[in-house]
Design a protein around this ligand. Structure first.
Ligand code: FEO
Length: 169
Protein backbone atom coordinates (compact mmCIF):
# COMPACT_ATOMS: atom_id res chain seq x y z
CA UNK A 1 0.00 0.00 0.00
CA UNK A 2 0.88 3.62 -0.33
CA UNK A 3 0.27 6.42 2.17
CA UNK A 4 -2.25 9.12 1.32
CA UNK A 5 0.50 11.72 1.54
CA UNK A 6 2.78 9.88 -0.89
CA UNK A 7 -0.17 9.11 -3.20
CA UNK A 8 -1.17 12.80 -3.33
CA UNK A 9 2.42 13.93 -3.90
CA UNK A 10 2.84 11.45 -6.78
CA UNK A 11 -0.44 12.56 -8.37
CA UNK A 12 0.82 16.14 -8.19
CA UNK A 13 3.99 15.11 -9.99
CA UNK A 14 1.97 13.40 -12.74
CA UNK A 15 0.42 16.82 -13.30
CA UNK A 16 3.82 18.57 -13.25
CA UNK A 17 5.18 16.16 -15.89
CA UNK A 18 2.09 16.66 -18.06
CA UNK A 19 2.57 20.41 -17.71
CA UNK A 20 6.19 19.96 -18.82
CA UNK A 21 4.97 18.13 -21.94
CA UNK A 22 2.48 20.94 -22.57
CA UNK A 23 5.11 23.64 -22.15
CA UNK A 24 7.46 21.82 -24.52
CA UNK A 25 4.66 21.39 -27.05
CA UNK A 26 4.26 25.17 -27.00
CA UNK A 27 8.01 25.55 -27.52
CA UNK A 28 7.91 23.03 -30.35
CA UNK A 29 5.28 25.17 -32.09
CA UNK A 30 7.50 28.25 -31.60
CA UNK A 31 10.42 26.53 -33.36
CA UNK A 32 8.08 25.29 -36.07
CA UNK A 33 7.16 28.92 -36.84
CA UNK A 34 10.89 29.69 -37.20
CA UNK A 35 11.34 26.68 -39.54
CA UNK A 36 14.08 25.33 -37.27
CA UNK A 37 13.27 21.67 -37.88
CA UNK A 38 16.14 20.30 -35.77
CA UNK A 39 14.91 22.29 -32.75
CA UNK A 40 11.37 21.05 -33.53
CA UNK A 41 12.68 17.49 -33.41
CA UNK A 42 14.56 18.10 -30.15
CA UNK A 43 11.41 19.51 -28.54
CA UNK A 44 9.34 16.63 -29.91
CA UNK A 45 11.64 14.14 -28.17
CA UNK A 46 11.41 16.25 -25.01
CA UNK A 47 7.59 16.14 -25.14
CA UNK A 48 7.62 12.34 -25.49
CA UNK A 49 10.04 12.03 -22.57
CA UNK A 50 7.79 14.11 -20.33
CA UNK A 51 4.76 12.01 -21.26
CA UNK A 52 6.79 8.91 -20.37
CA UNK A 53 7.78 10.49 -17.03
CA UNK A 54 4.10 11.17 -16.27
CA UNK A 55 3.08 7.64 -17.27
CA UNK A 56 5.85 6.12 -15.17
CA UNK A 57 4.46 7.83 -12.06
CA UNK A 58 0.89 6.98 -13.07
CA UNK A 59 1.77 3.29 -13.43
CA UNK A 60 3.68 3.26 -10.14
CA UNK A 61 0.73 4.75 -8.20
CA UNK A 62 -1.53 2.02 -9.52
CA UNK A 63 1.03 -0.73 -8.98
CA UNK A 64 1.13 0.27 -5.29
CA UNK A 65 -2.66 0.24 -4.99
CA UNK A 66 -2.96 4.03 -4.94
CA UNK A 67 -5.60 6.21 -6.51
CA UNK A 68 -5.13 8.28 -9.65
CA UNK A 69 -6.55 11.80 -9.31
CA UNK A 70 -5.95 13.96 -12.36
CA UNK A 71 -5.93 17.73 -12.05
CA UNK A 72 -6.21 20.44 -14.72
CA UNK A 73 -3.04 21.23 -16.66
CA UNK A 74 -2.01 24.87 -16.36
CA UNK A 75 -1.79 26.99 -19.52
CA UNK A 76 1.88 27.25 -20.53
CA UNK A 77 3.87 30.32 -21.60
CA UNK A 78 3.70 30.62 -25.41
CA UNK A 79 5.81 33.63 -26.28
CA UNK A 80 9.57 33.77 -26.48
CA UNK A 81 12.00 36.21 -28.05
CA UNK A 82 14.64 33.84 -29.38
CA UNK A 83 15.91 30.23 -29.24
CA UNK A 84 18.20 31.38 -26.43
CA UNK A 85 15.18 32.73 -24.54
CA UNK A 86 13.46 29.33 -24.95
CA UNK A 87 16.42 27.33 -23.67
CA UNK A 88 16.87 29.65 -20.70
CA UNK A 89 13.20 28.97 -19.88
CA UNK A 90 13.74 25.19 -20.30
CA UNK A 91 16.68 25.15 -17.91
CA UNK A 92 14.73 27.18 -15.35
CA UNK A 93 11.81 24.78 -15.71
CA UNK A 94 13.97 21.66 -15.37
CA UNK A 95 15.58 23.12 -12.24
CA UNK A 96 12.08 23.58 -10.83
CA UNK A 97 11.22 19.95 -11.72
CA UNK A 98 14.42 18.80 -9.99
CA UNK A 99 13.29 20.57 -6.82
CA UNK A 100 9.84 18.94 -7.11
CA UNK A 101 11.43 15.48 -7.46
CA UNK A 102 13.66 16.20 -4.47
CA UNK A 103 10.57 17.19 -2.47
CA UNK A 104 8.92 13.91 -3.49
CA UNK A 105 11.97 12.01 -2.25
CA UNK A 106 11.63 13.94 1.04
CA UNK A 107 8.01 12.74 1.34
CA UNK A 108 9.21 9.16 0.73
CA UNK A 109 11.75 9.61 3.56
CA UNK A 110 9.23 11.22 5.92
CA UNK A 111 6.69 8.46 5.35
CA UNK A 112 9.41 5.77 5.51
CA UNK A 113 8.28 4.57 2.08
CA UNK A 114 11.38 2.65 1.00
CA UNK A 115 9.83 1.44 -2.28
CA UNK A 116 8.89 4.96 -3.33
CA UNK A 117 12.37 6.18 -2.36
CA UNK A 118 13.92 3.54 -4.58
CA UNK A 119 11.51 4.25 -7.45
CA UNK A 120 12.27 7.97 -7.29
CA UNK A 121 16.00 7.35 -7.67
CA UNK A 122 15.38 6.94 -11.39
CA UNK A 123 13.79 10.41 -11.57
CA UNK A 124 16.61 11.95 -9.55
CA UNK A 125 19.18 10.58 -12.00
CA UNK A 126 17.04 11.58 -14.98
CA UNK A 127 16.98 15.18 -13.76
CA UNK A 128 20.79 15.27 -13.72
CA UNK A 129 20.75 14.20 -17.39
CA UNK A 130 17.93 16.60 -18.28
CA UNK A 131 19.71 19.61 -16.81
CA UNK A 132 23.01 18.61 -18.43
CA UNK A 133 21.55 18.18 -21.91
CA UNK A 134 19.65 21.48 -21.73
CA UNK A 135 22.72 23.31 -20.37
CA UNK A 136 24.76 21.92 -23.28
CA UNK A 137 22.43 23.44 -25.88
CA UNK A 138 22.16 26.64 -23.85
CA UNK A 139 25.96 27.08 -23.73
CA UNK A 140 26.13 26.67 -27.51
CA UNK A 141 23.30 29.19 -28.03
CA UNK A 142 25.12 31.71 -25.82
CA UNK A 143 28.22 31.34 -28.00
CA UNK A 144 26.22 31.59 -31.22
CA UNK A 145 24.60 34.94 -30.35
CA UNK A 146 23.34 36.36 -33.69
CA UNK A 147 25.33 34.08 -36.00
CA UNK A 148 22.62 32.59 -38.27
CA UNK A 149 25.01 30.12 -39.90
CA UNK A 150 26.08 28.71 -36.52
CA UNK A 151 22.41 28.49 -35.48
CA UNK A 152 21.64 26.40 -38.57
CA UNK A 153 24.57 24.08 -37.75
CA UNK A 154 23.16 23.59 -34.25
CA UNK A 155 19.73 23.01 -35.78
CA UNK A 156 21.20 20.21 -37.89
CA UNK A 157 22.80 18.68 -34.80
CA UNK A 158 19.52 18.74 -32.85
CA UNK A 159 17.78 16.97 -35.73
CA UNK A 160 19.70 13.82 -34.78
CA UNK A 161 18.08 13.41 -31.36
CA UNK A 162 15.88 10.31 -31.11
CA UNK A 163 13.37 9.24 -28.51
CA UNK A 164 14.28 6.05 -26.69
CA UNK A 165 11.36 4.98 -24.51
CA UNK A 166 12.80 4.97 -20.98
CA UNK A 167 12.63 1.96 -18.68
CA UNK A 168 11.51 3.68 -15.48
CA UNK A 169 12.00 2.37 -11.96
FE1 FEO B 1 10.22 15.12 -16.54
FE2 FEO B 1 12.07 17.14 -17.91
O1 FEO B 1 11.57 16.27 -16.38
Amino acid sequence: MISEKMNAALNKQVNAEMYSAYLYLAMQAYFNKLNLTGFVNWMNVQVQEEMAHAKGLYDYIQERGGEIVLDAIEKPEQNWNSPLDVFEAILKHEQLVTSLINNLADVADETKDRAAGLFLQWYIKEQVEEEASVSGVLDTLRMIKDDAHALLLLDRELAARVFNPPVIG
